[in-house]
Design a protein around this ligand. Structure first.
Ligand SMILES: NC(=O)c1ccc[n+]([C@@H]2O[C@H](COP(=O)([O-])OP(=O)(O)OC[C@H]3O[C@@H](n4cnc5c(N)ncnc54)[C@H](O)[C@@H]3O)[C@@H](O)[C@H]2O)c1
Length: 327
């Protein structure tokens, strides 16, 4: 069986990818420090894989975990918008050292394939929407801590492409666009909406539910369910071409206002949206063109309505986990 190291394997996307790789017959080793990941996401498959608890910033740990692998899927990163603002140095340290350590070890041990998880944040505010993989990536303002994350991804991509060129059989980069689903973490718009809606509905038992949001709600994103994302990501990594970048997401554009209304409707109520101030560096519109991964056979299937409902239900039922797991 081919062997793969998945860094960030107890994270939201990592755990889904691990399950997908196991189902396809891969032998999986995970490396995660569980700082933001949690082994509960691997419940039911923990006995089918090897789990190494360790830090991707530690070159020796990465080296040991990489030895004997046929592929490295590098996902470990500090995700979550609020961390971009309040822990920018850590975001960059984990991003850059993690990329360098996994690449150095993969090259040293003759690993054939290097799969990087990048992000739509490399575009910041894309000049073309829907955005395909040829649109330039850049950092609009190095002084704004928000761009620590996008900058870390940008550097990771450059490292992967240039370290890997001519050395790996295959270097593939996936740029996920707004992946969501149950247990996706707490510092994202959908979980925060779900928990705020639960509280707002309880404290306003009658009429429309007053629901404050950042900005006027006209910002758009294209929300991709984790099941669709995992399928597209596996297609890109397993069937994609060397030195290629693939967007994985959905082309369906949703405003933040529509998302907020949908979340409140999951509790059987209508929302009265209350616009607020926007944080600096927020992006008005982001929607991927996914035709490149589409040519590999990718077709997203989960409707926003069904996907959001299941996610909101998970958060409403598991709120207690937030206090237990947040750092
Ligand atoms: N969720 C999305 O919509 C989205 C969008 C774009 C890109 N991504 C990227 O996909 C990847 C997975 O994201 P996610 O949403 O699953 O986030 P996540 O936080 O759930 O997963 C990241 C994992 O990395 C681990 N990690 C962090 N620092 C580490 C370190 N120093 N050493 C070892 N492990 C460490 C965390 O414990 C966590 O399990 C990340 O690279 C992220 O940047 C996610």
């Amino acid at each position: 069986m081919p062997k793969v190291l998945v860094t960030g394997g107890s994270g939201f996307i990592g755990a889904a990818l691990v399950r997908g790789l196991l189902a396809k017959g891969w032998d999986v080793r995970c490396l995660d420090d569980n700082s933001r990941g949690n082994p509960r996401r691997l419940a039911g498959v923990m006995d089918d894989l090897e789990f190494v608890q360790g830090d991707v910033r530690d070159a020796e740990v990465v080296d040991r975990a990489t030895k004997g692998m046929d592929a490295v899927a590098h996902l470990a990163f500090i995700n979550g918008t609020e961390f971009f603002y309040n822990k920018p140095a850590l975001v960059l340290e984990v991003g850059v050292k993690g990329a360098l350590n996994t690449l150095d070890s993969a090259l040293k041990h003759g690993v054939g394939q290097y799969w990087l998880m990048s992000s739509s944040e490399v575009y910041q505010t894309p000049p073309v929407v829907p955005t395909d993989e040829s649109v330039p990536f850049y950092s609009p303002d190095p002084l704004n801590p928000r761009y620590s994350y996008g900058g870390g991804k940008l550097i990771s991509e450059l490292l992967a492409v240039n370290y890997g060129r001519g050395k790996f059989e295959k270097t593939v980069i996936v740029r996920p666009h707004n992946v969501y689903g149950p247990d996706m973490g707490w510092e994202h718009v959908l979980p925060q909406f779900a928990l705020r809606a639960k509280a707002a509905v309880a404290s306003q038992p009658e009429g429309s539910v007053r629901f404050p949001i950042q900005g006027d709600g006209s910002q758009t994103r294209a929300f991709c369910h984790i099941d669709d994302f995992t399928e597209g990501c596996l297609l890109a990594y397993l069937a994609g071409d060397d030195q290629n970048i693939y967007h994985v997401g959905t082309p369906i554009e949703t405003t933040i206002r529509e998302l907020a209304e949908l979340v409140v409707r999951c509790f059987g109520r209508d929302a009265l949206i209350q616009p607020g101030a926007e944080p600096p560096g927020a992006t008005p519109r982001r929607v991927p063109d996914v035709s490149k991964v589409g040519r590999l056979g990718y077709v997203p299937k989960v409707s926003l309505e069904n996907g959001v409902r299941a996610t909101v239900e998970w958060y409403a039922a598991n709120e207690g986990l937030m206090r237990a797991t947040s750092q």
